[in-house]
Design a binder for this molecule. Sequence first.
Ligand code: FRU
Length: 463
Amino acid sequence: MFNQSFEKFRPQLHFSAHHWINDPNGLIYVNGVYHVFYQCDPDGLVHGTMHWGHASTTDFVRWKHHDIALFPDQNGACWSGSAVRTKDGDVKLLYTSHLVDENGRDFQQQWLVHADEFMAKFEKERTNPVIMNNGLACFRDPKVFWHEGTGRWIMALSHGENMGHSVGFHSSTDLVNWRFESVFGEDHGRHGDGSWECPDLLQLRAPDGTQHWVLVVGIGNQAYGAGSGTMYFIGQFDGREFTNANPPEAELWLDYGRDYYAVQSFFGIHQEEPLVLAWANNWKYAQHPVTTSFNGLLSLPRHLKLIETSQGLRLGAHVPEQMKSAFPQISLSDLPTHPSTGVFRLYGSVSLSVGETKALTLFGDLVPQFEFACNTDGSVTLRQRRAPMEGRTEFEHDYCIALGEMSAFDLEVFVDNGVVELNVHDLIWSTNVYYPDQLAGRIQFGAASNDTELEAYPCLQAP
Ligand code: FRU
């Protein structure tokens, strides 16, 4: 347990702890309480020997911090994984043990842990590891769910001989004995020079009532911007194999900002609209802390939903109402000169005529962070900018995304002491962390005055 100390950039309504944290792990809803485990190094401000930290909440606003749940042992550190609840009501955690072998290679295996009924004691299974490693350098991040169709547990796992550019599926009837089923991904989506990490597989219903499977996966490096990003595929899963319904080269992104990674859905709730959390950071620069009492935070909870667009089905998201209403509200049509704190939710409807631009500038900055422009063909682009920061490699950005044709759209922006989660129509999201001088600096929304040309490179297509 700890006392959440005040530090300038510590968010108020986003989860943070008192040390380094990365991925959300073992997300599970039990007896009316959301349990959130997370990758942490309780002794450091950078990624070290990983433990599973533990917190719980009923509303994502007030948090209880619990004792560390999983500690490293002679078999390795505790890397990412998930939690499930069996039909008998028992909660189990599954994680990856991580060691570096004598040749300096990563050695990763899958472990099972039994939780007690109070989610306070955690006992590692006797016959661990439940899945041994047969030579894959990348073999981690088990996300397990119950597959009704085949009556088995399915585990999605980051798989690969070298860096790991695919997702493996394994099945089990008892969570102890596992069988390899198939692998997906080698020729699909984006393959940078980092691993695919933290896969999650979910079933969602489209607005026309049809069922689809969505595979969400973290692209470790060389996403659309420098560093990590979160991609998804829509298709079918028959309990053995995932089939992509879109062309293999299609790239669909869950968020177009620089700080939204290692997304995981909660087990046990909202099958129609799963609830997810992400690590709001980027491996490119996360290990260069700007803060001194914590490093890393989780995104706001978001419900995922399938939306029919002119391009086909896409994954949208919305923040639960109770979370929205925890923020002081500011309407775009009635902007105060200065907000009274660095924590607020901006909302409004925006209309743009051909040739018009509207820029959103937060924190009293000179250069807008977001700039919407309506092109001659009626399509809208969103330019996103962030200034460089000393000591943080490739933190700066200036890139644009093409939002398609829209003359009017709903804009919602959550701002929490430097963390900004923006969305257009609940469909296009962008999450970014800033470290401004004035957290409660002036907000401006109007015609862009700064006319620096965007360097000529193609816009990222969204959604
Ligand atoms: C993703 C990740 C996972 C791994 C964990 C280690 O951010 O690299 O693949 O299990 O972090 O902390």
